[in-house]
Design a protein around this ligand. Structure first.
Ligand SMILES: Cc1ncc(C[n+]2csc(CCOP(=O)(O)OP(=O)(O)O)c2C)c(N)n1
Ligand SMILES: [Mg+2]
Length: 418
């Protein structure tokens, strides 16, 4: 390819004005932050000195001055209707996690990375978004996918292991649940960039784990989002482990939220088992991103109560006492106590919510209990638009093996019929 001198000069001119624009944008942002909150841009980007917690583990609303907020890091308490709707999703989410773990033991699902204990993060991530916004989940975020409106059976199909995925990402604006760590962050940034270029008013929320923050893709996604000032919320569920690797071996940053300032975006840490605080922080983040304030990194401090998946034995790398400590911080019991104390939840309402959760569990048992017949050749479909020579070769090998299998079975059947 030849590049003309004119073209290069033009590009240089364009990049000079892009850089000048970026500096203008920073100065404007700094002035805006100073005017609105009376603090520097750097202090705004750094997380508050303490994690944001509104309702304590015993279910009591904390006094404003004890919530961890400070200038530039203040969050309005979500309304009663939002909290009640979120509580219902929380209860359904826990039931779904436990139903799925049982379905794995019954051989109805191949694998299930449970978010038991992390349901507040799951629900808040889905609820803070508007209809046209996008959610990009990981393998552990099936409850978030469902809370966003995806049919529960379709959301779990991927874990049955016999099909590529169960739902159309475009229908609910939910990306596929990615197992390769952090690839979904780049998808999220790409969608946000495209939307910005098209002038579409959407926010994108991308989820990942604590371990995933060590991936190169994490760096690339955050840097790109910050440089292009994109409306992306990076939502890190710090559940303290990446399979057996504890957080202390993953990062020695003061917190994962502190990584944000290095990219030139704001960061905040929040109690990931406090649904009220999560909604408050994410709602404000989404609102600001929609208004053009750029990306945000939110670290939710939570805990993976169960093993990484059914294929893992967590007792080999963490003490029971640590699990017990986190059991006392359960997101559901704290929310139940709080809503009851506010007169928002009574036995009738609780019974209706439990009934809803049972219906969803039954839907899963019925939907995932059906034997499906699949074409083994579909293993090679939908990977590339034009299959690679290697895939074509593997596909031919499989076809040959299946044909030999079929003729052997046919011969046996004939033999048996004599
Ligand atoms: C690129 C890549 N490397 C390694 C793996 C194997 N792997 C699967 S889950 C996981 C741990 C991820 O931990 P974290 O990001 O904290 O998420 P969590 O499972 O705790 O939700 C690893 C290393 C993978 N799936 N993708
Ligand atoms: Mg983790």
């Amino acid at each position: 390819m030849t590049i003309s001198a004119d073209h290069t000069a033009h590009e240089r001119e364009a990049s000079r004005s892009d850089a000048a624009e970026a500096v203008d944008e920073l100065v404007k942002q700094a002035e805006e932050v100073r005017r609105k909150f009376g603090i520097s841009l750097e202090d705004y980007m750094l997380p508050a000195h303490h994690q944001i917690q509104m309702v304590d583990p015993a279910g009591r609303m904390k006094a404003k001055e004890e919530q961890g907020t400070e200038p530039g890091h203040e969050y309005p308490t979500p309304g009663d209707d939002e909290l009640l709707a979120a509580y219902e999703q929380l209860v359904v989410g826990r039931r779904v996690n436990d139903q799925n773990s049982a379905l794995v033991r019954q051989g109805r699902m191949a694998v299930y990375p449970s978010s038991h204990g992390q349901e507040a993060c799951q629900v808040a991530a889905a609820m803070c978004l508007r209809e046209g916004d996008w959610l990009f989940p990981t393998y552990r975020d099936a409850v978030a996918v469902m809370s966003r409106g995806v049919d529960p059976v379709q959301a779990m199909t991927i874990f049955r292991g016999d099909w590529h995925g169960g739902y159309d990402p475009h229908e609910h604006h939910v990306g596929i649940q990615c197992t390769p760590l952090t690839t979904q962050l780049l998808h999220a940034v790409g969608v946000a960039h495209a939307a910005k270029l098209r002038g579409e008013d959407i926010v994108v929320l991308a989820m990942c784990g604590d371990g995933a923050t060590s991936e190169g893709d994490f760096h690339e996604a955050l840097n790109f989002a910050a440089v292009f000032h994109l409306p992306v919320i990076f939502f890190v569920q710090n559940n303290k482990y990446a399979i057996s690797v504890p957080l202390s071996h993953q990062s020695v940053a003061p917190s994962l939220a502190h990584k944000a300032v290095g990219y030139g975006m704001a960061g905040e840490r929040v109690d990931g088992n406090d649904l009220v605080a999560l909604l408050a922080v994410l709602d404000r983040g989404v609102k600001l991103a929609r208004e053009g304030s750029g990306p945000l990194l939110v670290e939710a401090n939570t805990y993976r109560m169960q093993a990484h998946t059914n294929a893992d034995d967590a007792t080999r790398y963490r003490p029971d006492s640590e699990v017990a400590e986190w059991m006392a911080k359960d997101p559901i019991s704290r929310m139940k106590t709080y809503l009851t104390s506010q007169g928002l939840l009574d036995e009738d309402r609780e019974a209706k919510i439990a009934e809803h959760a049972e219906q969803v569990a039954m839907q899963l048992r019925e939907g995932l209990g059906v034997d499906v017949s699949v074409d083994p050749q579909d293993l090679f479909s939908f990977v590339f638009s034009k299959p690679t020579p290697q895939l074509r070769e593997q596909s031919a090998l499989l076809a040959d093996e299946l044909a030999r299998d079929a003729s052997a079975t046919g011969a046996n059947t004939e033999e048996a019929g004599k």
